[in-house]
Design a protein. Sequence first.
Length: 121
Amino acid sequence: MEIYRFAKDSGKKITQYNSDFVMSRVIRTEGGVHIGAMYLEKDGIIGYHQATTPQLLLIISGEGFARGESEEYIMVRPGDAVFWTKGEWHETQTDTALTAIVIESENLDPSSFMPNKSEII
């Protein structure tokens, strides 16, 4: 399991075309991609299962805990991006609530755009 950051402070200020915003690039992919929104209520869980394809979970609001194949849970909060490889066992849960965007594709490489959270802590 790897945790990346897509929060505002990981982005780049864009001023081209008289713009004024920050863009946190997340991913570029070729081929098929599935993108969905996931809403976990209080005590919600995405049960322990194998990833059928590489998956990137972008935490939008709330907080929770994610794990890969180890039994160690890592706290995740808005701006975190959790990446699991194809076949990797994983789980996400929350005591309060959590909203996330999930991106699934055979061609995901989040390290090409986002800094690894362990490198910026």
